[in-house]
Design a protein around this ligand. Sequence first.
Ligand SMILES: *Cc1c(COP(=O)(O)O)cnc(C)c1O
Length: 332
Amino acid sequence: MKLESLPRFHLAEFPTPIHHLETLSKAYNGPEIYIKRDDLTSLGMGGNKTRKLEFLIGEALELGKDTLVTTGGIQSNHCRLTAAAAKKAKLGCHLVLSGTEPKVPNGNLLLDKIFGAKIHFCDRKDRDEMLFQVADELAKTNKNPYVIPIGGSNSIGSVGYVNAMLELKLQLKDLDITPDAIVFATSSGGTQAGLALGAKITGFKGDILGISIDQNKIGSDPFPPVLTKIANATAERIESDIRMTESDFALNCEYLGAGYAMPGDLEFNAIKDLSFHEGILLGPVYTARAMGGLLNLIQKDYFTKDQKILFWHTGGTPELFAWADQCHEVFG
Ligand SMILES: *Cc1c(COP(=O)(O)O)cnc(C)c1O
């Protein structure tokens, strides 16, 4: 497998820790819950995009690029980590963010500015067009831009999560635990594609269950074909013979709530459970929705008491400060 020889730029210390959430597991009287702390990747307040960016920036540097250009919502964790990683790699960074510029930036947007990213605001519908427009403009001024797709979810970024499964395998052996399922937030797909492919490569037998943040299984824009496409392109890139089909992806779309970045009771209750029982923070957009979904599944006896579940914490805690008003209502 070609994974080890792909260009990679070091951004954080690995492996990230695994903890047993003893108090939370007892409180729910269900399976034993463990947590993999990718919120603690040691760059710019952490998160899952760090693993993808190690390979994306590795390629950008190999191609002699000098400026990263990417896109996301105004509170994008991916954009914040791209801005932080750009500094470490001595690259410029332009962010195309959908939303309107607030008077006082907070959460990830504040961090984007602290990391010195150049920000372009636009409407959600113009985001992709604007991304390439910004890159074209940069090229005209003698820059050499490297465009990263939303969430860093392509066959390069996804390698980071195949690699994460190799990391997990060694860790689980040391800890002597065999999770029956890995549960995590899924949205642009690179994380799930990498984890599912990595599970096949490492022979991991448990479920790889993505809790959808904003994607649907069916409808006009179904998610399973997206996952399949990223995973198979990733397999080709690392020269693995494995090919995935849509049925290889376990996806739960029952916790979409009021929509993307619209947290409600499910999310704030999960934030409360993790902070009060374990002293661990979740972000209202992604990880609180995924943990809320997991806890709801436990309440519905989806898992049995003798099982072990690994919640893969994908980060996003800086989102908390952008939802200060709602947090104040709940915790105030
Ligand atoms: C981007 C993100 C996800 C989803 O990962 P994808 O690879 O885009 O599916 C989950 N959690 C957090 C905190 C994120 O920022």
